[in-house]
Design a protein around this ligand. Structure first.
Ligand code: 5RP
Length: 258
C-alpha cells in the first residue's frame, strides 16, 4: 500500500515509539491516525514477539482497534497507574506543551497521560510550532448550559494573550459532536496562545468546561517522524536530542501491513 509522505512520517514515529514499551508494562494507547499506526505496530509485536503488555485505550475507537489486534486491554481503574502513554498531538512547542483533541478524545487522553510515569508524543514534523495556537484549541463542555459556558469562555479569552477569539461548536453532520463521555466540544480559533499555562488554568475554572486540549508539562518525550525515514527523539528530562534513520528504501516493506 502506498502512503502519503505525512503518513510515512507518522508511521516511522509510531514504530520507533513502540520500542519504548518493555515486557510487562502497563501502557496508555492514544487516539488519532498516528496513534492508530502505533497500536497496529504494538499488535504486531504482541503477536509476533510475545511482548506482554496491558493497555488502557483513550477512546472507544482505539479500544476497538486494539481489541481487533489482540492487545490485552484493561481499564485505568484496574491498572491503577501506567508506565507509559503514547499518543499523537495536533501541535507541540519547544517545551513539549501540546494542543490535543482534534480527534475529540482529549478528556480521556489527558486523564490517561497524567496517570502515567511518562507520556511520549508521536508526530510528523509538521506538528512542531514556535507558538501554540495555529490549530484550533478544543474545549470539552457539558451539554447543560452550553451557551452560558460559551459566554464565559469568551470572557476568559478577552483577558488572555491570544490573537483570534472565534468559537465554533464542533458538529458531526447535523448534530453537535458527542465525545465518549457524552459531552460537546467548542473549537477556539486563537491563532496564537501567548501563555498556554494561564489559558489552560483559566478555562478549567469555568464550571461547564470539563477539560481543555492544552497539555502543559505532561509530555516528556517526542518522537518526530520524517517522510524520508528519519526519526528525531527529544527527551526533556534527559535533555537529549538524537536523530536516527529507519532504512526505508523503495522496496522496504515496513508499511506493508497498513
Ligand atoms: C485526538 C488527538 C490526536 O492525538 C490528535 O488529533 C492528532 O491526531 P492525528 O495523529 O490523526 O494527526 O488529540 O483527540
Amino acid at each position: 500500500m502506498s502512503l502519503s509522505p505525512i503518513d510515512r512520517a507518522k508511521v516511522v514515529a509510531a514504530r520507533r515509539a513502540v520500542d519504548f514499551i518493555e515486557d510487562g508494562m502497563k501502557v496508555g494507547l492514544g487516539t488519532g491516525s498516528t496513534a492508530a499506526f502505533m497500536v497496529r505496530r504494538l499488535g504486531e509485536v504482541v503477536r509476533e514477539e510475545g511482548l506482554r503488555v496491558t493497555a488502557v485505550p483513550t477512546s472507544t475507537r482505539t479500544a476497538e482497534l486494539a481489541a481487533e489486534l489482540g492487545i490485552p486491554l484493561t481499564t485505568l481503574d484496574e491498572a491503577g497507574w501506567l508506565d507509559v502513554t503514547i499518543d499523537g498531538a495536533d501541535e507541540f512547542d519547544g517545551a513539549l506543551n501540546l494542543v490535543k483533541g482534534g480527534g475529540g478524545a482529549l478528556l480521556r487522553e489527558k486523564i490517561v497521560a497524567t496517570a502515567s510515569d511518562r507520556m511520549i508524543v508521536i508526530a510528523d514534523a509538521a506538528k512542531e510550532v514556535g507558538m501554540l495556537g495555529a490549530f484550533d484549541l478544543p474545549v470539552e463542555v457539558i451539554p447543560f448550559g452550553m451557551q452560558a459556558t460559551r459566554t464565559l469562555i469568551e470572557e476568559v479569552l478577552a483577558g488572555q494573550d491570544v490573537m483570534g477569539r472565534a468559537i465554533t461548536l464542533r458538529m458531526a453532520g447535523e448534530r453537535p459532536f458527542v465525545t465518549d463521555e457524552g459531552n460537546h466540544i467548542f473549537d477556539l480559533s486563537l491563532a496564537r496562545i501567548g501563555n498556554p499555562g494561564s489559558l489552560a488554568l483559566m478555562l478549567n475554572q469555568i464550571p461547564g468546561v470539563v477539560e481543555n486540549g492544552l497539555f502543559i508539562d505532561i509530555c516528556d518525550t517526542v518522537v518526530i517522524g520524517h517522510a524520508d525515514g528519519r526519526v528525531e527523539l527529544r527527551d526533556l528530562d534527559a535533555g537529549t536530542v538524537s536523530i536516527e534513520r529507519s532504512d526505508l528504501g523503495e522496496g522496504d516493506n515496513i508499511f506493508a501491513d497498513l
